[in-house]
Every structure is written in structure tokens, then in C-alpha cells.
Design a protein around this ligand. Structure first.
Ligand code: ADP
Ligand code: GLC
Length: 495
């Protein structure tokens, strides 16, 4: 098969800027595609926090003109670096006005008022950059609403541009909740013509919906797990787009994310107190006691320690946890939580920590090294999400022998196998109802198993640690879709 030119854009990429799993994916999938022989280029904004010196970024000659419709031409500088341990080029679009700010999307929980212009600008800059680099893409790979305009641009502004004559587009849906809904005036900035402002394309309740437009125009859409690909076709998980997604179900896929096992792996992890692996688990106990010390919890090996890492957003089931927490605090357990997000949750969980200093601790903030230490030092990892497109932390937990306790939704359901006491099979503990009772009941089940059947816990740990969710598999899944949409697009061109 011909090797492909792939242009992948994302609003965040590890290690340069990250708020969640999208960055992990955008930092790892391109390397796996490169390993399959493709020429992949990654593009992201040059936010203020992207450290040019640390990453040795080099400025490209000249500046990049980006037509912004009624706003006129905007100009960007472009920097180039590579993804760590690879030769995959990463280009950074720099624009002081749009990206020279503290946050990625918001500051103190308040979204920037010009996010429409910022990401329309970025998406168009990516297209313009391909032309500047004389990089003729076979594939344009967009991610979430921030770059969902790229498939729209491909079918409109660049439809007759010979630099894009071979290109087909794919949009990965990491999270359908966030759709990029804006005042319709943004149509003038998109510059694609008001004829596209209709309910079959970008219009929704007299505003524009960029993700909707991307879904309509992309040649393929990929939800990040098979179950999520089913769920988003229902009103419960579709966030108003289930009808549209059903209409386009023939181009909907569900390739699951992978894990970068160079980063998330207790046998090589430099952030943790002592490395360990299946054949030598001593280090895990050391990680646990060091974690207890770090959080100023009683150092006890006998007590089950439950970890939680994630955005404190409703999606993550923090409301369920808040309702369940008083019952959980009756149990002989310890909980450590690392997260940042909704203010009520930050205050609430800090209050719980003040009330139960021997049992509950939290670190409100974003701290990558601590996330690794929680993965390694905990016995269980709790993810009670209301919905979860894929979820990465539960998959990381498996590798660390930290048994996930999850709500069976989206990628959580696809990646975790429920414990079966009869056969001592499974990799974690699942519950189905989005209720505090179900959450509490399942935590109790896990904790009871801990106190009454340690051989079973040890076996589940080994089951978990032997699971492998490779990026190589995911990259091959994407590769199949790429070839499929290229041929689909070619045949429609000759009709
Ligand atoms: P989502 O993308 O919905 O936030 P994922 O489970 O896919 O959820 O990915 C979350 C990623 O962000 C993981 O790599 C996790 O370790 C990281 N993360 C989330 N919150 C924090 C935090 N407060 N500190 C450090 N890492 C965090
Ligand atoms: C999103 C989802 C999460 C997924 C991640 C990477 O932010 O919430 O479930 O793992 O994207 O695809």
C-alpha cells in the first residue's frame, strides 16, 4: 500500500500542552503512524505555555497568511519541533492575539469569548501551512470541535485547490459534549459562504455548530471506543447530535485509543518511588507507602487505597462521588484525589479532606508526576463517569496493577472486564446505574474482596497487568479507515 501524507491537527499535544486525554492521543498516535511508514505532520497552537527554548523549537522563514473572511488577513509565525523520541515534525502556529494567553481554552473556568475566531484561525492556518510546506496531504485528520472546520474547508474553500486534490478527511470525536457552538456571525469569519448556514450543515438554533459541520463534511468520523460509537447514536449520549450521527452512521467508526507504554508503565516510570513489574511486585508496596506519606495519610499496607485522577467535571461522575462519599467514609479505606475543574467540587472535596484527614486527601491542581504516583501507589482506581468516550486513566491503571472500579459506559465498559469470583477472571469492578448507591455498592464489593480474598486481588492484578492496549493496533485501525476514505473519495470524484 502507498504510504500516506497525513496532516493531523489538535488543540493540545503531549508534552507541549495538555488539559486531558486528547493531548495524550495527539502525542502518541502520530508516532505509531510514523512507525507504519507514513509521513505524518502534527500541528498545534503555540500557546504561551509552550516553551520554545525547552523544546528547541525553530522558527520557519516568513510568515503565514491566514484569510479570516470579514476580519481580513491574519498573520502567524510558525515554529517547528518534533515529538519526543521520534522524527515526527510538530508545527506550532503562533499568534500573539489569539494564543499568547495563560489558558488553552479558558481562564479560571471562564471560556475565552473569541474561541470561535481562535480555532477557526487555527484550523485555517493548518490548511495554509500545508501549502506553505508544499505538503500535499492524502489525509486531513481533525480532532474535536477545535479543528472540525478543516473538513469543512476541504470541501469548500479548498475544493478546487490542486494542493488538496488527493485529500480525504477524518474527524475524531473525543468528546461530543463540547461542540463549538457560536453566534452565527462566525460564518463571516469562516468565509465559506452563507449557503452553508443551513440545518443540514452548520446551522443549529440560528447559531453555528462547528462540530456538526465537521461531522457532515468529514469523509469519516471516529468515536474513540466501540461502545461510545454506539452510545452517541442515542439521545442519552448524543448531546443533540444523535439524529445527525445516525444519518451518517455508515461513516462512523470506533477505533479505541492506545497507551504510550514508554510513559505509563511501572517498569520504566521515573516518577514513581520504586519500579516494579508482574514478576517483581515489591515496588508496588513501596509506591503505596510513599504515596501515603506524600499525602500525609497513615502508612498502612493493610488498608485499601483508592486513587482518582481527572478533570473535576460532571462527565467524570463527581456528583455521584460527592453523594456517595459520606457512606464511603464509613469504610476502612483511604482515598486520594488529584483533579481540578468545577469550583464547587474543588471546595467540596477539600472539605471532605478536612473532615476525614485519616481517610481522604486531595490535591487540587494539575500535576503529571503525581498522577503517575497515584497510578502506582493505589490499590484501586475509581472512575464513576456518567459518560466516557474512551478514558485513559483506567487503561493506565491496568498496567500498574491498580484495579479499576468503573461505571460501565463508553471506553470504560470496553476496556475493563468485570471480576467473576467463580473463575477469578476479570480486571476490575463495574457498575451500571449512574447512582450513588451503585457506586457505593461496587466500592464495597471491591473493598470486601480486598479484606476477605487477597489471592483473588493478586490474580486480578496479574490479569490487569497483562492487558495490552497498543497504539500500534490503534494506528492500524486508523490506517484502514484512511485507505477506505481515500478510495471512497476518489470514486465519488469520477462519478
Ligand atoms: P479526559 O480526556 O476526559 O480528561 P482521559 O482519561 O482520556 O480523560 O485523560 C485524562 C488525562 O489527563 C490522563 O492522562 C490523566 O492522567 C490526565 N489528567 C487529568 N487531570 C489531571 C490532573 N489534575 N493532574 C495530572 N494529570 C491529569
Ligand atoms: C476525551 C474523553 C476521554 C478520552 C479522551 C481521548 O477528552 O473525555 O474519554 O479518553 O478524549 O480520546
Amino acid at each position: 500500500m502507498k504510504k500516506l501524507n497525513i496532516l493531523l491537527a489538535a488543540s493540545e499535544v503531549v508534552p507541549f500542552a495538555k488539559s486531558g486525554g486528547l493531548a495524550d492521543v495527539a502525542g502518541a498516535l502520530p508516532k505509531a503512524l510514523r512507525d507504519l511508514g507514513h509521513d505524518i505532520r502534527v500541528v498545534m497552537p503555540r500557546y504561551y505555555i509552550v516553551d520554545k527554548e525547552k523544546y528547541g523549537l525553530k522558527q520557519l522563514d516568513g510568515s503565514l497568511g491566514v484569510p479570516m473572511g470579514s476580519m481580513g488577513e491574519a498573520w502567524a509565525a510558525v515554529y517547528e519541533g518534533t515529538l519526543p523520541d521520534s522524527d515526527v515534525p510538530v508545527y506550532f502556529i503562533e499568534h500573539e492575539g489569539f494564543f499568547g494567553r495563560k489558558g488553552l481554552y479558558d481562564e479560571d473556568g471562564i471560556g475565552y469569548g473569541d474561541n470561535d475566531n481562535r480555532f477557526i484561525f487555527f484550523s485555517k492556518a493548518v490548511m495554509q501551512l500545508a501549502k506553505k510546506l508544499r505538503f500535499k496531504p492524502d489525509i486531513i485528520h481533525a480532532n474535536d470541535w477545535h479543528t472540525a472546520s478543516m473538513p469543512i474547508f476541504l470541501n469548500t474553500i479548498y475544493a478546487n485547490d490542486s494542493d488538496f486534490e488527493n485529500a480525504a478527511s477524518i474527524l475524531t470525536l473525543h468528546n461530543l459534549q463540547h461542540q463549538g457552538k457560536f453566534y452565527k456571525g462566525a460564518m463571516d469569519v469562516l468565509g465559506i459562504g452563507w449557503e452553508h448556514f443551513n440545518s443540514d450543515e452548520l446551522e443549529e438554533y440560528d447559531g453555528i455548530n462547528l462540530l456538526k459541520g465537521g461531522i457532515v463534511h468529514a469523509d469519516a468520523i471516529n468515536a474513540v471506543s466501540r461502545k461510545y460509537a454506539h452510545e452517541i447514536r442515542t439521545p442519552e449520549f448524543g448531546w443533540g447530535l444523535d439524529g445527525l450521527i445516525n444519518k451518517y452512521s455508515d461513516k462512523l467508526f470506533g477505533v479505541l485509543n492506545g497507551v504510550d507504554y514508554n510513559e505509563w508503565n511501572p517498569s520504566v516510570d521515573d516518577f514513581i518511588a520504586k519500579k516494579y513489574d508482574f514478576d517483581d511486585m515489591d515496588g508496588k508496596a513501596v509506591c503505596k507507602s510513599e504515596l501515603q506519606k506524600e499525602f500525609d495519610l497513615p502508612v498502612r499496607n493493610d488498608v485499601p487505597l483508592i486513587g482518582l485522577v481527572g478533570r473535576l467535571a460532571e462527565q467524570k461522575g463527581i456528583g455521584l462521588l460527592a453523594s456517595a462519599i459520606w457512606n464511603l467514609m464509613e469504610l476502612d479505606i483511604q482515598i486520594v484525589l488529584l483533579g481540578t475543574g468545577e469550583k464547587w467540587a474543588e471546595h467540596f472535596f477539600s472539605d471532605v479532606a478536612a473532615k476525614y484527614p485519616e481517610k481522604f486527601k486531595c490535591y487540587i491542581g494539575y500535576k503529571n508526576d503525581l498522577a503517575h504516583r497515584i497510578e502506582s501507589g493505589s490499590d484501586f482506581f475509581l472512575m464513576p463517569s456518567l459518560f466516557e468516550p474512551c478514558g485513559l486513566n483506567q487503561i493506565y491503571s491496568l498496567r500498574y496493577g491498580t484495579l479499576p472500579i468503573v461505571r460501565a459506559t463508553g471506553g470504560l465498559d470496553d476496556t475493563i472486564e468485570n471480576y467473576d469470583p467463580d473463575t477469578v477472571s476479570g480486571t476490575g469492578f463495574k457498575f451500571y446505574d449512574a447512582s450513588p448507591e451503585a457506586l457505593t455498592g461496587t466500592v464495597k464489593w471491591a473493598v470486601d474482596t480486598w479484606y476477605t480474598d487477597r489471592p483473588a486481588i493478586d490474580q486480578l492484578r496479574l490479569n490487569a497487568m497483562h492487558k495490552h492496549f497498543s497504539w500500534d493496533d490503534a494506528a492500524r485501525g486508523y490506517e484502514d479507515i484512511y485507505y477506505y476514505i481515500i478510495s471512497k473519495r476518489r470514486s465519488s470524484r469520477y462519478k
